[in-house]
Design a protein around this ligand. Structure first.
Ligand SMILES: Cc1cc2nc3c(=O)[nH]c(=O)nc-3n(C[C@H](O)[C@H](O)[C@H](O)COP(=O)(O)OP(=O)(O)OC[C@H]3O[C@@H](n4cnc5c(N)ncnc54)[C@H](O)[C@@H]3O)c2cc1C
Length: 458
């Protein structure tokens, strides 16, 4: 018998680990509740993970299969499960965050030669899209050109039935915990995800390129929370969109390319968990002001667009990409809050919270050296609201006291104009002194570190 170790691939469709395991013979699935990840998560994210695990167990059961669950350190749980079940090999889809690589090295050391690693978390695996000289990309556009030219992955069907397996008498498949979420959760499981994909493709894809930028997030797919746990295959989603075709489809699939780019950046540069992508920006005069941080996090800055974003995120676990850029810019550039704390607190509120995409988003929006995002571009928060929420309906919904108007509804925690000047003066000083701010050159200054012990990553 073989074991399919599901991690960020809580699905049966297009799952290379599952397909390869079943080619080799009968197999059972396993999800490990890893305390290193769970203790660093939040009730909404744990609840979402448990519900999607339960949905996966049901999907297995409907096809005559078994999904086991166990709690504990994966490098202890896996060897134990293997000896209890008499497992031959373990099949798993590779993950590439610093913690995942640390975890998988430990598990591989505990089970020498018995794990088969496969690709499938991304469309193109982190580390696989390289410059002609073999180095990693740091700027999106050239990365995306290579990405679009790469060979399309082969899609895999979900199995119709699992072959029978005989589990040892009295073997306990394990209980999936239930945790109350502080927000309403979307329907869990791959059937719901595949259904939501089709609804998006039929109703919104053709105008995605025109409507994707609204603060209300109405023109977008809202599939990110399925992609993050691998409940939906990004490879399948891209294929379906490109089959339909058109400008909207191309733009949407390009966003999935951003997802791959995010994974690739973190793979090559795990330091971005702690340090600015271009570490010269670590020298900005960070302002560890607890009150300011709390006002930002709670949505009480007095600046309608910032407060609407943070209140919507707290209440729903979702925020449009435009909204994410706005609050990250406010926190990093205008408030100069230590970005690591903001990135972490922000990720905790997101249902789609994902180390790689969130870090990329914060480094990008904060002008910390990712891509060609210029450090000197500072959003005008009034204009952002006017342009991306014309009419103010979204503002009115989340900050009724603003009356839908983009101007501060009370004395703001920051004078936006003074804050902008303060940031620009500090950033220009660093840029003049060190040459920071020129894309694609800073990367060579710091050698990528090998994966390290990062308990708490996901
Ligand atoms: C500060 C900041 C933090 C972010 N944190 C996260 C995060 O923790 N998890 C996350 O999944 N995305 C994150 N993003 C990226 C993006 O905002 C979300 O993926 C997107 O808003 C999710 O909505 P959607 O599913 O409707 O996206 P759509 O517009 O429908 O796009 C389809 C898919 O493409 C991917 N995608 C879209 N935009 C991006 C992007 N800029 N970077 C990477 N992938 C992208 C997502 O998987 C998304 O589901 C962040 C962006 C910023 C600026």
């Amino acid at each position: 018998m073989n074991l399919i170790w599901h991690r960020a691939d809580l699905r049966l469709h297009d799952n290379p680990a599952l397909s390869e395991a079943l080619k080799a013979g009968p197999a059972v699935g396993l999800v490990v509740f890893d305390p290193n990840i769970l203790r660093n998560s939040t009730p909404r994210r744990r609840a979402w993970f448990f519900r999607n695990t339960a949905a996966l167990r049901e999907a297995y059961a409907r096809r005559g299969g078994t999904l086991l669950v166990r709690s504990g350190q994966p490098w202890e749980v896996l060897p134990q499960a293997i000896s209890e079940l008499g497992v031959n090999r373990v099949y798993a889809v590779r993950n590439s965050t610093p913690y995942a690589r640390y975890r998988d090295q430990k598990v591989a050391a505990a089970l020498p030669g018995r794990i088969v690693w496969l690709e499938g978390q991304y469309i193109h695996e982190p580390g696989s899209i390289l410059k002609p000289d073999g180095g990693p990309y740091t700027v999106f556009t050239p990365f995306s050109k290579r990405w679009w030219a790469a060979r399309e992955p082969v899609l895999l069907e979900a199995p119709a039935h699992f072959p029978d397996v005989t589990l040892p008498l009295g073997f306990n498949p394990g209980i999936i915990p239930e945790e109350a979420s502080d927000i309403p959760l979307p329907p869990a499981g791959e059937e719901a995800a595949l259904g939501a994909l089709e609804v998006f493709l039929q109703n919104k894809l053709s105008r995605y390129h025109q409507n994707r930028d609204g603060l209300a997030g109405e023109g977008v797919s809202r599939l990110s929370y399925y992609f993050t746990l691998g409940v939906l295959s990004p490879r399948l989603a891209a294929r379906r969109a490109l089959q339909i075709g058109g400008e909207g489809a191309r733009k949407w699939v390009n966003e999935l390319c951003w997802r791959d780019f995010s994974g690739d950046l973190l793979y090559h540069r795990p330091q971005m968990l702690h340090s600015a992508f271009d570490p010269r920006w670590d020298d900005l005069p960070w302002n560890d002001d607890r009150e300011l941080f709390a006002a930002w996090l709670q949505g009480h800055t007095g600046i309608p667009v910032v407060d609407a974003c943070m209140r919507e995120l707290r209440a729903t676990g979702f925020l449009s990409n435009r909204g994410r850029m706005v609050v990250a810019q406010f926190a990093v550039k205008l408030a100069l809050l230590p970005w690591q704390q903001c990135e972490r607190a922000f990720r905790d509120l997101l249902l789609d919270g994902d180390n790689a995409s969130n870090l990329q988003g914060w480094h990008w929006a904060g002008g910390l050296g990712v891509d060609a995002a210029p450090y000197f571009r500072v959003f005008n928060l009034i204009t952002q609201a006017k342009t991306h929420d014309p009419g103010g309906a979204w503002l009115r919904r989340w900050v009724p006291e603003s009356g839908g108007q983009p101007h501060p509804y009370k004395a703001p925690v920051l004078d936006l104009e003074l804050a902008r000047k303060r940031y620009l003066a500090a950033a220009e000083k660093i840029a003049r002194k060190t040459g920071a701010g020129v894309p694609d050159q800073s990367f060579q200054r710091v050698a990528p570190r090998p994966p390290e012990n990062e308990p708490g990553g996901s």
